[in-house]
Design a protein around this ligand. Structure first.
Ligand code: PLP
Length: 450
């Protein structure tokens, strides 16, 4: 066994001679391929066919700060921040300490029946995040909280319709999936079990805002829509921000036609885009704000924050809650979320996020705008960054794999798969940022656009 690699959480990549995918990885990935439903992690055969290179996963063993260590001892810098969860860095010490303390006293309570103090304290913290009187429904995943928001809209308006947007991603449980405009292939196999009253409009990007609002007017005028569900910036859909004024216009249209505006801030919220809630910064007053990802600092917890008035139609529980689950308000996750919020709400954290976002923007603009790199567009929304490249999915996958071999964990996004999507921890150092930007420029020039 070779020497362990140093792992304080703020180091550049260190990849062993044979690269990602050593013996320990191979053994686990073989096991995975034999047990997991093949539609999930598996071996990415299609990617292999497309690019001619292995796309086997690496297997994470440790994660701290910006670094991830795989089971073969390779050290990476995680540009995904664990799907945007680790805004504060993986395993933030205050979150870990809160989880450890909670684990020593109580792991589980009785959800909606006999809750833990942590659940109650978290709900009161979350209700105070918005400038209006609020009620909270907790969930375990982003999709969970979207379901709660959609149910609320149904109860509050009596209408089954949802207006959602092309390219948007809201999670894959049935209610959320029905409103996912990300890719038809996600919905198609389940189409017959999905809410038939969902309608899609073009996402109101700067380019499409007029078309989008026109389509929204037509759908809302039909009078069947109870919810307008929108991400302030498309996250998985390719880092596309809504045009200035678009969210506010949609909120006004929704109100005029008796529907609720649900801001899906699961990716964008809690500081990721440089403001606490991006919808608010865009001048929109949503009826429901949905958060997840960074909330638990690594533990699964999400929330739908409802205006008091739209929560009222839920009525008062008469003994058996009509919306709950075994793990509702799990004390471990709530303790983690309370600690995360403590850190996220500090001014130093906001300053750190701003600094890191500015550094990333500076480095990428300096490195990626040279001719010949095949970069079509750079999009910055704080710590949510999109690098749209020429050459489509095939080139994007090849670039991601090569970057992994150089020690950078990166994901493709966008409906066409051609957006390298960066949602790193905000504790990335300048050295790591510059190293990443240089490596990406080199890899893009090695893999020329066709
Ligand atoms: C904007 C948005 N909404 C909802 C979800 C679904 O969250 P989860 O995967 O936790 O169910 C995601 C996940 O990426 C997301 O980005």
């Amino acid at each position: 066994m070779s020497d362990p690699i140093p792992f304080p959480g703020d180091l550049p990549p260190l990849i062993r001679e044979n690269g990602p995918g050593g013996d320990a990885t191979r053994a686990l990935v073989d096991l995975l391929a034999s047990v997991e439903c093949p539609g999930l992690t598996a071996r990415r055969r299609r990617r292999e066919e497309l690019t001619g290179a292995s796309h086997d996963p690496i297997v994470w063993a440790q994660a701290r700060g910006t670094n991830v260590l795989d089971v073969d001892g390779n050290r990476y810098v995680d540009l995904t921040g664990g799907f945007g969860v680790a805004l504060l860095g993986h395993g933030h010490p205050e979150v870990v300490a809160a989880v450890q303390a909670q684990a020593g006293t109580m792991l589980h309570a009785l959800g909606d029946v006999y809750p833990s103090a942590q659940k109650i304290l978290l709900e009161s913290r979350l209700a105070a995040l918005v400038p209006w009187a609020a009620r909270v429904i907790l969930g375990l995943s982003g999709a969970d909280a979207i379901e709660a928001a959609l149910k609320t809209a149904m109860l509050a308006t009596g209408r089954p319709g949802v207006l959602a947007f092309e390219g948007s991603y809201h999670g894959l449980s049935y209610g959320a999936l029905a409103a996912c405009g990300y890719k038809l292939s996600f919905r198609a196999p389940f189409a017959e079990q999905l809410n038939p009253a969902v309608r899609f409009a073009p996402y109101p990007s700067a380019e499409a805002v007029e078309r989008s609002l026109d389509a929204a007017r037509v759908v809302l005028a039909e009078g069947r829509t109870g919810a307008v569900l929108i991400e302030p910036t498309l996250g998985r859909g390719g880092v596309e921000p809504a045009a200035e004024g678009a969210l506010a216009a949609l909120a006004a249209l929704a109100r005029e036609h008796g529907a609720l505006l649900i801001a899906d801030e699961i990716y964008t919220g809690l500081g990721r885009t440089g403001t606490w809630f991006q919808s608010e910064a865009m001048g929109c007053e949503p009826d429901i704000v949905v958060i997840g990802k960074a909330l638990g600092g690594g533990l699964p917890v999400s929330a739908a924050i409802l205006r008091e008035g739209v929560a009222r139609p839920w009525g008062t529980s008469v003994g058996e809650a009509i919306h709950t689950s075994t793990f509702l308000g799990n004390p471990l996750a709530c303790a983690a979320a309370l600690a995360s919020l403590d850190v996220l709400q500090r001014q130093e954290t906001a300053a750190m996020i701003r600094r890191c976002a500015a550094s990333i923007e500076r480095a990428l603009r300096a490195s990626l705008q040279a001719p010949g790199l095949g970069v079509r567009r750079l999009t910055f929304a704080g710590m949510l960054v999109g690098v749209t490249i020429e050459g489509g999915l095939r080139r994007a996958l090849a670039v991601c794999r090569r970057m992994l071999e150089r020690g950078y964990v990166l994901l493709t996004g966008g409906v066409d798969g051609d957006v390298l999507t960066l949602t790193p921890p905000a504790c990335m150092t300048d050295e790591q940022i510059d190293g990443f930007a240089e490596a990406l420029a080199e890899v893009l020039s090695e893999h020329a656009a066709p």
